[in-house]
Design a protein around this ligand. Structure first.
Ligand code: ZN
Length: 129
């Protein structure tokens, strides 16, 4: 992905001006929604290290295997709601779409986030049927 490419998360901004800053470590995601978007982008780019680093230690898996066959191609993100619960807790509801071997799938989830020492982390989520 080039810095000037449109960001996979769909804000319309360039990768460098959007999730690229979080993925590179230059600027931590400033909000839970920004962190959620950066994690979607990390899934799209298969950035396992970033996904693990942005996962809260209480729920972080030891390893993350993104080498599914066939690999999902992430094709769109829609953030439905960003609900701050207090200063350091928030929920983000989103729909992420992908194609797996030509078949379209969608993931509708409400994720929970917590901020510690000024950084947002993904905790867990509920998948909507
Ligand atoms: Zn983005």
């Amino acid at each position: 992905m080039k810095p000037t490419d449109p960001c996979p998360c769909g804000t319309g901004r360039s990768f460098a001006q959007c999730c690229g800053a979080a993925l590179s470590g230059a600027h931590p995601a400033p909000t839970a929604e920004a962190l959620m978007r950066s994690r979607y982008t990390a899934f799209a780019l298969r950035d396992t290290a970033y996904l693990l680093a942005s996962w809260h230690t209480s729920t972080r898996p030891a390893t993350l295997d993104l080498d599914e066959t066939p690999p999902p191609k992430w094709i769109g993100l829609q953030v439905r709601a960003h609900r701050p619960l207090d200063e350091d807790h928030a929920e983000v509801e989103f729909v992420a779409r992908c194609r797996v071997g030509g078949r379209a799938q969608r993931l509708h989830e409400t994720s929970r986030f917590v901020r510690e020492d000024g950084r947002w982390y993904y905790v867990d989520g509920n998948i909507h049927a």
